[in-house]
Write a protein that binds this ligand. Structure first.
Ligand SMILES: [Mg+2]
Length: 267
């Protein structure tokens, strides 16, 4: 997608302002060994800080992680931090905004948690993550035969609990039950409104199927999307970068393009 990337650069590097949306895990940084490990990466922090310092740029980090993790990973004022797929937000001025009251979700999580724990009891390689707003089971390190028997049981349990206001996110060796509003597509719509980015050129960088939901919204608004993936695959994105290392290098190019132009404008 080299041609795709240069077309994105043509559209974005010459823009006079930009609404930039960044996923975290798999996009800015490699995946942690388990989702409760929070290891801030100074290179990522520096990269995002420089972008956020540009007056023409509004930066949002939108992640499936809990907000308190994202706040530790990207401890920067001036950046909009959206955790739990955009359900819980820390605004650039430090204030907080939840799209749903947490009390509307906790009873569901509390009721399901012991039932999931019972399904996982005595088995290795599974990880139950309570994100506050959602409940997720990771099975990346489980034995294949155990994953094949346990995940369908978890899935059946989640579907028995799910109604219109809950959704199930199901991908390879991962399943999560979360509020329906916790959809990166809906969240990007909401974030564009909240940050008054209508009419701004938009750019979104992300690596997984939850980001694809956002890519479609970004595209519908005339924006550009970049997929982070080591290989080509079907995507709504315009271009691809292979891994977080390439993303940081490319974001540095984006930063320089904007910085140099604002210098020229200032002179
Ligand atoms: Mg990701």
């Amino acid at each position: 997608m080299g041609a795709g990337l240069s077309a994105v650069e043509q559209a974005i590097f010459s823009a006079d302002r930009l609404g930039l949306f960044l996923d975290y895990d798999g996009t800015l940084a490699e995946f942690a060994p388990n989702p409760d490990v929070v290891l801030p990466d100074p290179q990522v922090i520096e990269c995002v800080a420089r972008l956020a310092s540009l007056p023409a740029m509004k930066v949002t980090v939108l992640s499936g992680r809990r907000l308190d993790h994202i706040e530790r990973l990207v401890p920067l004022p001036g950046v909009w931090l959206a955790g739990s797929y955009g359900l819980e937000n820390r605004l650039p001025d430090g204030s907080r905004l939840h799209r749903l009251p947490i009390d509307s979700i906790r009873p569901m999580v509390e009721a399901l948690k012991p039932r999931v724990q019972a399904l996982l009891a005595g088995r290795e390689g599974f990880y139950l993550e309570d994100k506050g707003w959602s409940l997720a089971v990771h099975a990346r390190f489980a034995r294949a035969d155990e994953a094949d028997s346990v995940l369908p049981a978890v899935r059946a349990l989640f579907y028995s609990a799910a109604g219109d206001d809950l959704r199930i996110l199901d991908s390879h060796r991962f399943i999560e039950i979360a509020p329906s509003l916790g959809d990166k597509g809906h969240s990007v719509e909401w974030l564009v409104e909240q940050q008054e980015l209508e009419g701004f050129p938009l750019l979104y960088i992300g690596d997984d199927d939850k980001d694809e939901e956002a890519f479609r919204v970004i595209n519908a608004r005339g924006g550009r999307a970049i997929l982070v993936a080591p290989q080509e695959r079907p995507t709504a994105a315009h271009a691809r970068l292979a891994d977080p290392r390439q993303v940081l290098a490319w974001l540095d190019r984006l930063y320089r393009a904007f910085r140099d132009r604002s210098h020229r404008a200032a002179w």
